[in-house]
Design a protein around this ligand. Structure first.
Ligand SMILES: [Zn+2]
Length: 444
């Protein structure tokens, strides 16, 4: 039976690194030619840089191909062929589904996919779910508002594809979703860390249900980096009595990485389907060695309708040192996506990644899952305010909690914070993706 096999694709997931590189080069040549010949937008970009399909002879040559930024896509869309504009590589008739990016960083980008692209999305997600232990015996609950955002759509179809039984939790509210999980004894689910923690809080405080006593065994997260932040992962695992796995993907890229059941402290890049390059933010040099952070430039090697070629994703990542114990030969990125290049900011001359603050807050007992960070300029000085919520049972320990926060934050981020400890449920709650980091200096 195929459900006994360890890998979703036993050939591609165990290719020796040199073979993976050869495959990536062959695929890159093909998708570059496809795009050059069909997308007016890309052809102009490449002609301006003086590079043509025949010029790509090695993976080093790939670095000569200009990057595409989100803002470029925003500029060419809403024009003919309407609404996608000149990066569309297939006749409009062949587009079978519309999605768009969430628009948290400006005007949303429209994303057309053909039926073939959608098959590819499902395939990408099948690698993820298989690596996280999903098998045909699983009953998967999807607590997700099915709409124009790609989010867990492909996770839903991939779960069906590998043979699981899927329960679409669509328009149900949180309480109804929890009851359905209980009623049907679902074994797995998917959500953003913010929502997974919020669901557990609702179950405990409003329904008197202990989520760890439900039947959920594994949870796949996406949309935020939380599942790769050890203290946030632990909070989710404790709350649900389940294994929690991370995955990173994006509407305009695809589902490019995943954690496996070894939980190696990082995500596998699906290198047979994606080419990931890490670029030094300051020098633009491509980083091959482990332990050095940079921003990701990514190519989806098989996506056809609106290709993703050397997309400047702004995700900050670094290569991990060792191959994973699971036997997959694809490389790992350490600690998942560490942040967004836009969010990593200099405060008092020190580089600050918001995920480092989350790691500290969620590691301290007595605090709720919510917090808020506000960076502002007072006079000539940057000030960071951190608001946290104390749980009712820990209210008498506030001075202790505050001194632990100050110490840990100084250790992990090298900065001082004004700390405000608020009562429970005073900070904003978020339904899907949270915006807990507010840099007020950027608006000036
Ligand atoms: Zn692994």
């Amino acid at each position: 039976m195929y459900d006994k096999q360890k890998f979703w694709n036993p050939v591609l997931e165990t290719l020796p690194p040199e073979k993976i590189k050869q495959l990536q080069l062959n695929k890159f040549k093909k998708i570059f030619k496809w795009t050059y010949e069909r997308s007016k937008f890309h052809r102009q970009l490449y002609d301006n840089a003086g590079i043509k399909p025949g010029d790509i002879q090695s993976l080093d040559d790939v670095q000569r191909v200009p990057k595409v930024e989100k803002s470029m896509m925003q500029n060419i869309q809403r024009k003919a062929p309407f609404p996608y504009g000149e990066a569309l590589c297939v006749p409009l008739d062949e587009v079978t589904i519309f999605r768009q990016t969430s628009g948290t960083t400006g005007q949303p980008v429209y994303q057309p996919d053909t039926w073939q692209d959608w098959e590819w999305w499902m395939e990408c997600w099948s690698y993820i779910l298989w690596a996280q232990g999903y098998r045909p015996q699983d009953r998967v609950f999807i607590p997700f508002g099915y709409n124009i955002f790609v989010a867990f759509w492909a996770g839903h179809y991939a779960a069906e594809k590998i043979g699981c039984e899927v329960i679409p939790g669509g328009v149900l509210d949180t309480k109804a979703r929890i009851l359905k999980i209980q009623e049907l004894q679902a074994t797995a689910m998917m959500g953003t860390p913010t929502y997974i923690l919020g669901m557990a809080e609702t179950a405990r405080s409003k329904m008197d249900i202990d989520p760890s006593k439900l039947t959920i065994e594994k949870i796949t997260c996406a949309g935020e980096c939380g599942a790769s932040i050890p203290s946030t992962k632990k909070r989710m695992e404790d709350a649900w009595g389940a294994k929690v796995y991370d995955h990173a993907g994006a509407t305009e890229i695809g589902a490019w990485s995943f954690e496996c059941t070894e939980q190696p402290g990082g995500l596998h890049v699906n290198e047979a389907l994606f080419l990931v390059e890490i670029e030094d933010v300051e020098t633009g040099e491509i980083i091959e060695e482990h332990g050095r952070r940079g921003k990701m430039v990514i190519t989806a090697l098989d996506r056809m309708a609106q290709p993703c070629l050397r997309f400047d994703s702004k995700d900050v990542i670094e290569w991990a040192p060792e191959p994973c114990a699971c036997g997959r030969t694809s490389r790992l990125i350490k600690g998942g996506v560490v942040g967004r290049a836009d969010d990593i900011t200099k405060v008092k001359g020190v580089l600050l990644a918001p995920s480092a603050i989350e790691e500290v807050v969620r590691s301290i007992e007595g605090l709720s899952d919510e917090y808020e960070v506000i960076v502002e300029k007072v006079g000539d000085t940057d000030k960071i305010k951190l608001r946290v919520e104390v749980m009712p049972e820990a209210e008498d320990q506030c001075p202790l909690i505050e001194s632990e926060l100050v110490d840990q934050l100084r250790l992990k981020t090298n900065l001082r914070y004004d700390i405000e400890i608020c009562g429970c449920e005073t900070l904003p709650r978020y339904e899907v993706k949270a915006r807990r980091f507010k840099d007020l200096r950027k608006k000036e």
